[in-house]
Design a binder for this molecule. Structure first.
Ligand code: FES
Length: 131
């Protein structure tokens, strides 16, 4: 399943001198993402994997590109938790290299790093924060 982002911007006027702008992109409807699974959404520049980690009651987003063999597959990866800290992770469906859904660090002992994005759910819609 592939979705296309719509852009929404939220600007916060912190005080008269500082303006913080958050860019949240509407990615898809929450119902579009299977429980304990993921979907791929597409922005202009890249594909992003969105995960509904229902067992933890959390949502995550990462780049969809697996850096091992440059495959657009992470949204189809198996998600789970690992280690003493129960780090949430995704395993690439190709060669099972795993990545933290929080930090993007490769947990399989390789030097790979993937991008992660903040996610929020609002009114049944999934938004991803970019830059
Ligand atoms: S392509 Fe993802 S682990 Fe090899």
């Amino acid at each position: 399943m592939m979705h296309t982002f719509e852009f929404i911007g939220v600007t916060h006027d912190i005080d008269s001198t500082l303006i913080v702008e958050e860019k949240w992109l509407f990615a898809c409807h929450a119902d579009d993402v299977p429980e304990n699974g993921g979907v791929c959404v597409k922005s202009n520049q890249e594909q992003i994997a969105v995960f509904n980690f229902a067992r933890r009651g959390e949502w995550f987003a990462t780049q969809n590109l697996c850096p091992h063999k440059q495959q657009m597959v992470l949204s189809r990866g198996m998600i789970g938790s690992t280690g003493d800290q129960c780090e949430p992770k995704v395993a690439c469906p190709f060669h099972k290299k795993t990545f933290s859904l929080v930090t993007g660090k490769c947990l399989s002992g390789d030097e790979y790093q993937i991008k992660t994005y903040p996610v929020k759910i609002n009114d049944g819609k999934v938004y991803i924060q970019v830059e």
